[in-house]
Every structure is written in structure tokens, then in C-alpha cells.
Design a protein around this ligand. Sequence first.
Ligand code: ADP
Ligand code: MG
Length: 133
Amino acid sequence: MKINSEAEMLEFGQDMAKKLTLPAVIELIGDVGAGKTTFTRGLAQGLGISEPVTSPSFTISKRYNFPGGELVHYDFYRLEDPGLMSEELSETLLDPHTITVVEWAGGVTNLFPENTQHIQISLNDDGSRTISL
Ligand code: ADP
Ligand code: MG
């Protein structure tokens, strides 16, 4: 699937939000700048979250409430030892009211349930993105 603009990526995230059933786990795969956080922003909008979604790179996780649940957004970029954060992630994954989105899952993919959705975003030479599910 081809995504031609940031607006289309937000729309894709919003559409995805409508199709999800709780609990859900989404692993986002793609280079820096591919659009993983932008997708998550669209997802949050689709869930009715009005708070702006920003990259959790420094805090590693960010949580946003929406009616009926919680979106938890992780980014394990350059975190060599997920340590305590992987324990937090495990607890989050046990919560039935949660949508968990993970960027740079690296060493924690073993914690993911079988029904985890893997979304790969690749950046094309013309600036568009290609999404593979
Ligand atoms: P990541 O989280 O994968 O590192 P971000 O979502 O933070 O990436 O950044 C993607 C950047 O690329 C944003 O500045 C966004 O505006 C820009 N961009 C341009 N075109 C697209 C597109 N088609 N899809 C997503 N982002 C795009
Ligand atoms: Mg990001």
C-alpha cells in the first residue's frame, strides 16, 4: 500500500483505529523518519485522543487515555538493555483495555502475543511511503 503524504499516513492510522479490537499490539518497523510516530498520531486521533502524540524516544513510553481504554506508545530506539521497561511492557500487554504500539521493538519482540500486528513502513526515493502488513 502506498502512502503519498503525511496527511495520508494520519488517515491510515485513523482507519486502523476503527478496525482494532482491544487488546491490540502493533509493532512498527521502519527507519528513522519513515513515519512510525506519524502513524501513531493518526491512530490516536482515530481513537478520539485529543492530546498531541509526540515521540516517546526520551521517556521510552507514553500513555494516552481514550474512552474505553488506553494507548501506550513505546520507542526502544538505541536502548541496549530494555531492563525495567520490558517489565513495564509485560504488564501493559496483560491489560485487556490497552492498545500497545512499539517502535524499535528489537529485543522485546519475544514478549509480544501471537496476534501482534506488524506494520512495516519503508521510505521510497520519491518521498512516498510503502506500508506492508
Ligand atoms: P519515525 O517515527 O518513523 O522516526 P516520524 O513519524 O517521527 O518517523 O517522522 C516522519 C516525518 O516524515 C515527519 O516529519 C512527516 O511529516 C514526514 N513525512 C513526509 N511524508 C510522509 C508520509 N508519506 N508518511 C509519513 N510521514 C511523512
Ligand atoms: Mg518515531
